[in-house]
Design a protein around this ligand. Structure first.
Ligand SMILES: C[S@@+](CC[C@H](N)C(=O)[O-])C[C@H]1O[C@@H](n2cnc3c(N)ncnc32)[C@H](O)[C@@H]1O
Length: 214
């Protein structure tokens, strides 16, 4: 399987109409946790098994990963989880606009692709436009969780979020980074980084009450 796809290529710039929540879920009104770049899906599979009163959505640009994650989900008969193929930078807004007010409670972006070369920075998934979409639709007190083992990358993300009006950084007694994944599950890349003893930078943000104006 291809390790990366170029999200800026013509094919991935075509908007996809994602199925609405009432098609995806048995109980369409449960709170939603959205995981951006869900890859093999293990993180959400674990959470969905543990928390049946939440709905979980994993969005992923590499379609073969979505197909295999969906296969695992089906086998486990998890009705509160769905993996969808899309480029989140293109197709997320329309889907979010269909949610109930306050339904989007958690968004996680974990170990996003670094695209190390400066000329490739624009391929990175996290952009101000994505942050704005999340802010526009997230419930007050909703959580945005990010983590990476690449300091420069996470720093560029925290700079954008810290400078936005919409999120307050959860500061655990003066430390910039939180110690633990706040959720009851780990991602594949997180397990890899833990095994290799890499430093992992984790930050949690809470949606404040400032209204979205744009
Ligand atoms: C390094 S992997 C991390 C996967 C997983 N979150 C983890 O921690 O193990 C980043 C994932 O984000 C996906 N991705 C990158 N850009 C994306 C985009 N624009 N839309 C959706 N998924 C994207 C990649 O295909 C890849 O599977």
């Amino acid at each position: 399987m291809r390790q990366h796809v170029n999200p800026l290529s013509q094919f991935f710039q075509l908007p996809l109409s994602l199925p609405s929540k009432s098609i995806l879920f048995k109980d369409a009104h449960y709170p939603i946790h959205l995981d951006i770049g869900s890859a093999k899906g293990e993180f959400l599979i674990e959470l969905a098994s543990k928390y049946p009163k939440w709905n979980f959505v994993g969005l992923e640009i590499r379609e073969p990963l979505v197909i295999s994650a969906e296969r695992k989900r089906n086998k486990l008969e998890l009705n509160n989880l769905k993996f969808l193929f899309c480029n989140v930078n293109i197709s997320l807004d329309e889907w979010l606009s269909d949610l109930d007010d306050g339904q989007l409670k958690r968004v996680s972006i974990q170990f996003p692709d670094p695209w190390f070369k400066r000329k490739h920075f624009k391929r990175r998934v996290f952009k101000i436009s994505l942050l704005n979409s999340i802010a526009r639709f997230m419930s007050k007190d909703g959580e945005l969780f990010i983590q990476s083992d690449i300091f420069k990358l996470i720093e560029s993300m925290t700079n954008v979020i810290d400078n936005s009006n919409y999120f307050d950084r959860k500061d655990i007694s003066g430390f910039r980074w939180i110690n633990q994944n706040p959720y009851d599950a780990t991602t594949d890349r997180e397990l890899f980084a833990l095994k290799k003893n890499l430093t992992i930078y984790k930050a949690m943000y809470i949606r404040n009450s400032s209204l979205f104006i744009n």
